[in-house]
Design a protein around this ligand. Structure first.
Ligand code: S3P
Length: 182
């Protein structure tokens, strides 16, 4: 999908990847530089329900959260000029990766389980990682999800890279894909 030259709209950019790969931090820098509106799927769902992600998981259940993610992607965000930082499990639902790829450019950030563990261990707002054995949980989920993540248009490792460097790589690839100088 490329920009529509007659309306000068910019194709949405979807950032996906496991928890702790830096989607929000990198996404904010990229959005600012490209003049895209930054949207975080978790934040939008929290606003819509007036509940935190943890509360949704504990009181409504994970399946309901996945429905909310699906609705957000299908009808809860603008169709252009946005960078959407997607919750780590959002692209995993059946058919979702194709939907994202039809709506825009999909960039996946990756990191090793060790890095993810260190980045997330002091955080209590990710219900799936509130496990007695978080490292094992991270490895299991990555294994389950990696096939889907690998279908992104671009995969960028966040290992040994600063937020700035990651942002520059994404901006460059996005510009090439859209043929723009912005
Ligand atoms: C989840 C990732 C989280 C959030 C929820 C579930 C997942 O978002 O959507 O806790 O299934 O990987 P981040 O990837 O932004 O942490």
């Amino acid at each position: 999908m490329i920009k529509n030259p007659s309306e000068h709209k910019l194709t949405n950019l979807y950032l996906i990847g496991f928890m702790g790969t830096g989607k929000s931090s990198v996404g904010k820098v990229v959005a600012e530089k490209l003049g895209l509106r930054f949207i975080d799927s978790d934040v939008e769902i929290e606003k819509e329900t007036n509940l935190s992600v943890s509360q949704i998981f504990s009181s409504l259940g994970e399946a309901k959260f996945r429905d909310l993610e699906k609705n957000f992607i299908n009808q809860g965000h603008p169709s252009s000029d946005c960078l959407i930082s997607c919750g780590g499990g959002l692209p995993i639902q059946s058919g979702m990766m194709n939907i994202l790829k039809n709506k825009g450019h999909v960039f996946c950030l990756s990191a090793t389980p060790e890095t993810i563990y260190h980045r997330t261990k002091n955080n209590s707002d990710r219900p799936l990682l509130q496990s007695p054995a978080p490292m094992a949980k991270i490895k299991k989920l990555i294994l389950e999800r990696e096939e889907i993540y690998s279908q992104a248009d671009h995969i960028i490792s966040s290992e040994q890279r600063s937020i700035q460097t990651m942002a520059e790589i994404i901006i460059q690839k996005y510009r090439e894909a859209n043929d723009i100088n912005r």
